[in-house]
Design a protein around this ligand. Structure first.
Ligand SMILES: C[S@@+](CC[C@H](N)C(=O)[O-])C[C@H]1O[C@@H](n2cnc3c(N)ncnc32)[C@H](O)[C@@H]1O
Length: 302
């Protein structure tokens, strides 16, 4: 999904407005309550949060903007791509300054402060599954992440990094629906959707949302769950913000994945991509992806 040309970082930035619309507010509100309780339990020390597959830091921005986090937080962002981590450092610094916070850079870390808030931010290039074992976390966040892996194994490994009674939050977890409308060729569109999900299942999980809910119900308390479908649609023939780019990236990603499988004639796929891009140019394409937000707490005694 990524390359050295900055397209992936632009995709993550473009995804921000799509996620903002999609995220389930009731789950986010419940997270705020859970974070306040975790903070009480942490006593005088700051709340320790690990954001796995953090990309360029959009989740931290949102959690601060929506007042979900307590006042004193140590927030570690881990991503295995250096380009994402560098972009996160830069973006977060700019975002905090724009929001009127004091920003201090200490080596590779950032401190964001105002009268009543202090967030120590550590962006780290590392594998999330190795990094999670380095410490014990109060809260684990992984947005648009679990579907990249076998959900059950990934969930089990990540939640092991939490302290007893700690919480996890996995929003925008893909759950097996990719709708592009209007059709290009209904029969080809259906084959492409099926093959794309099969490609995700080769290493990842195209139904990660429901598998997460099922596994978490066996081991933990699910505090809240809700749908967070991406819905990208034109308004008067145009897309807001950078969402036309977002759509092009999605279409190209689907075609790139299917090219690798060798199951489609390259010419057929190229024709499909060109038709989808024309729909975007004309402001006709609507895209829906089915996803779930799930929040839970591990048992207090482990
Ligand atoms: C779909 S992106 C989501 C990024 C961000 N959470 C967001 O929603 O904007 C998934 C991210 O996970 C990262 N990633 C994938 N596998 C990883 C791993 N094993 N360890 C750390 N990061 C990983 C990718 O580099 C990518 O930035």
């Amino acid at each position: 999904m990524s390359g050295p040309d900055g397209r992936f970082q632009r995709y993550l930035a473009a995804k921000r407005t799509v996620d903002d619309r999609a995220l389930d507010r009731q789950v986010l509100d419940r997270l705020a309550t859970a974070a306040a309780r975790l903070d009480d339990e942490a006593g005088a020390r700051a709340l320790r949060v690990l954001d796995v597959g953090a990309g360029t830091g959009a989740t931290l921005e949102r959690l601060v903007e929506r007042d979900v986090l307590p006042d004193a937080v140590e927030y570690t962002l881990v991503d295995h791509q250096t380009a994402n981590v560098d972009a996160a450092r830069e973006r977060l610094s700019r975002w905090a300054a724009d929001a009127g916070h004091d920003v201090t850079a200490i080596d590779d870390e950032l401190r964001i402060e105002n009268d009543d808030r202090r967030i120590e931010i550590e962006p780290v290039t590392a594998d999330a599954f190795e990094y999670v074992e380095r410490d014990t976390w109060d809260l684990l966040v992984g947005q648009a992440f679990l579907d990249l892996f076998d959900t059950r194994n990934a969930f089990d490994a990540l939640r092991d990094g939490l302290r007893p009674g700690g919480c996890w939050y996995f929003p925008i977890t893909f759950d097996g629906g990719t709708i592009l409308s209007p059709p290009v060729d209904p029969e080809l569109d259906t084959r492409i959707e099926r093959a794309f999900h099969a490609h995700i299942d080769d290493g990842g999980d195209s139904h990660a949302g429901r598998h997460l809910l099922a596994r978490a119900s066996e081991t933990d308390t699910v505090l809240a769950a809700g749908g967070s479908d991406w819905v990208v649609h034109p308004r008067s023939g145009a897309y807001p913000d950078d969402e036309a780019f977002f759509l092009r990236y999605i279409v190209d990603t689907i075609a790139g994945a299917l090219n690798e499988t060798g199951k489609f004639e390259p010419r057929t796929l190229a024709g499909w991509v060109a038709a989808r891009h024309r729909q975007i140019d004309r402001g006709e394409l609507t895209y829906v992806a089915h996803q779930l937000d799930v929040l839970g707490r591990v048992p207090a005694e482990r």
